[in-house]
Write a protein that binds this ligand. Structure first.
Ligand code: MLT
Length: 242
């Protein structure tokens, strides 16, 4: 398995696609998607465009669908919910088809829709992702952060480091595909006992704090509270995997 970490969809190499991509948007899209699926949502379909999302979701009866939209951390008015994992309780999402559009996470998902395997990783489930990868041993693996509008984000990189730590032996460099792998492991090693502290330092964490979303940060930093993940079953559509 050759592992590469990319901090943003924009930093991935042109005209290349891995066998397996783990898409990471810890604050908050992949945490929300994983939570919704774990709580019984039938599927989650990702859109970069809210109008397209509304057009497609409107084809379903209202009782069987739920729309989630976020821009700049805030809920999109025309959607049922924003992008808070805390809104995705079983009561809210069970048996529903979800349609989601967020500032960065859904764009990262779209960058890799043509990979054979696409999985949503987050701090709440990275152990399940590592177990899956150890079993499946894809030849090429990207740990793809979503970042913020083309820039680096601490929270996605630390999660990439948590996953890479479970797969890479730093004394045997054979499966290290780029320097970002080693840097992400170093970040995780430094902050693994204080992920909430790191999230509160991060630029998007600060943005969410200004919106009074500290409870979201506290939820998103909990390690391995679920043992499932989202896995792409058709282009842009994620269902429950474990
Ligand atoms: C994103 O896609 O940028 C986000 O998940 C932002 C957020 O809702 O916190």
């Amino acid at each position: 398995m050759k592992i590469s970490v990319y901090h943003t969809p924009e930093s991935t190499p042109d005209n290349d696609i891995p066998d397996c991509a783990i898409v990471i948007d810890v604050l908050r899209a992949t945490t929300t998607i994983n939570t919704a699926l774990n709580n019984g949502a039938k599927s989650v379909k990702a859109f970069s465009d809210v109008d397209l999302l509304l057009a497609e979701s409107n084809l379903l009866p209202p009782a069987s669908r739920l729309t989630l939209g976020e821009r700049g951390g805030k809920k999109v008015d025309s959607c049922d919910l924003g992008n808070s994992p805390l809104d995705c309780s079983s009561e809210m999402v069970a048996q529903k088809q979800l349609f989601i559009s967020t500032t960065n996470g859904t764009r990262a998902l779209q960058r890799v829709t043509s990979a054979s395997t696409v999985i949503t990783g987050a701090i709440i489930n990275y152990g399940a992702v590592v177990n899956y990868l150890q079993k499946k041993q894809p030849e090429t693996l990207w740990l793809l952060g979503s970042g913020w509008e083309g820039g680096y984000s601490l929270e996605d990189t630390v999660c990439a480091g948590a996953i890479a730590s479970g797969l890479v032996d730093l004394n045997n460099s054979d499966n290290i595909g780029n320097d970002e792998v080693v840097a992400s492991i170093a970040l995780y090693d430094q902050w693994k006992d204080n992920l909430l502290g790191l999230f509160r330092l991060s630029s998007h964490g600060k943005r969410l704090l200004k919106l009074n979303l500290d409870e979201d940060l506290k939820y998103c930093c909990q390690e391995n509270i679920i043992s499932t993940f989202g896995i792409q079953t058709e282009k842009g559509v994620l269902t429950l995997g474990c």
